[in-house]
Design a protein around this ligand. Structure first.
Ligand SMILES: C[S@@+](CC[C@H](N)C(=O)[O-])C[C@H]1O[C@@H](n2cnc3c(N)ncnc32)[C@H](O)[C@@H]1O
Length: 263
């Protein structure tokens, strides 16, 4: 897996910055449609059932928990960001939330029917295998583990990551301190890691923004492909998206969705 790093100005606290942003970005501002139109929602629906108990690990502002509750599912949440959780509980005091990390999930062995981890595992610095073991511990046999993680896709391996390595050398030479941002997982390595930690992989799908003219990876990684609105591409970006996807969605997709079950 590739470790992405950021270079912040002196005195800047990235953990605090993200907590501030999440605490303001209240889940109440998001509509259900945003979640329902995610391309992996039908996949989630296929594997979740309404009578069972699920945990959203790294629930953040709680968009998935609130959406799933509206749909009639029973989902509790953990996150290590205290202020984010506080904002969420103020929004809906009935939600069952706990402040905890992915590496110390406060549930008994074999107590959950499934666990969701959407955009979270990539932040578990140096402890991804430990987090997977912990997920395995709290799940019942055959329980579902539904996750979304960013990947080192073909374009990232060929262009973005080599450029990031050059940038790192320059910034370090300038005396700047690299700070861990998140991992980009290698698809096959990640699937092997799941198998090594007691899971059977059931389905793997590329994941990208659902809108036709948007693309998260192309927009974020390559500023010269950006259009006028967040995540919308310019003409060149749209062309690259079309050609890449015509060959394979794995060339440029930001992430992947993996459905696994505990063995
Ligand atoms: C990108 S957000 C995703 C939030 C949510 N799952 C969603 O899809 O909107 C990542 C979340 O993971 C949380 N997080 C990161 N590392 C974590 C860890 N080791 N244990 C628990 N939560 C963690 C962060 O606080 C943040 O709320």
């Amino acid at each position: 897996m590739y470790k992405l790093e950021k270079f912040y100005p002196k005195g800047f606290d990235p953990a605090r910055y993200w907590e501030d942003r999440y605490a303001q970005e209240h889940a109440a501002g998001k509509s259900s449609e945003e979640y329902a139109k995610q391309e992996f929602w039908p996949l989630m629906e296929k594997y979740l059932s309404k009578e069972k108990l699920y945990l959203d690990a790294g629930c953040g502002i709680g968009g998935w928990i609130i959406f799933l509750k509206e749909q009639g599912y029973n989902v509790e949440g953990i996150d290590f960001a205290a202020r984010t959780l506080r904002a969420l509980i103020e929004y809906d005091p009935d939600l069952k939330l706990k402040m905890a990390t992915m590496t110390g999930i406060p549930y008994a062995d074999s107590s959950l029917d499934g666990l969701l981890s959407i955009g979270t595992l990539e932040y578990v610095k140096d402890k991804v295998p430990m987090a997977l073991k912990e997920v395995n511990r709290v799940l019942k046999k055959d329980a579902v583990f539904f996750m979304e993680v960013p990947i080192a896709n073909t374009l990232r391996n060929l262009i973005y990551i080599p450029l990031k390595k050059i940038e790192r050398m320059i910034k370090v030479a300038q005396g700047l301190q690299p700070t861990f941002s998140n991992y980009l997982f290698e698809k096959e390595n990640f699937l092997t890691l799941l198998k090594e930690n007691g899971f059977e992989v059931l389905e793997v799908k590329p994941h990208e923004l659902p809108d036709k003219n948007s693309h998260y990876c192309l927009y974020v990684d390559y500023p010269f492909l950006r259009g006028n609105e967040p995540y919308k591409l310019n003409i060149l970006g749209k062309l690259i998206k079309k050609v890449a996807n015509a060959i394979s969605p794995w060339i440029a997709s930001t992430g992947m969705v993996v459905v696994a079950k505990k063995l």
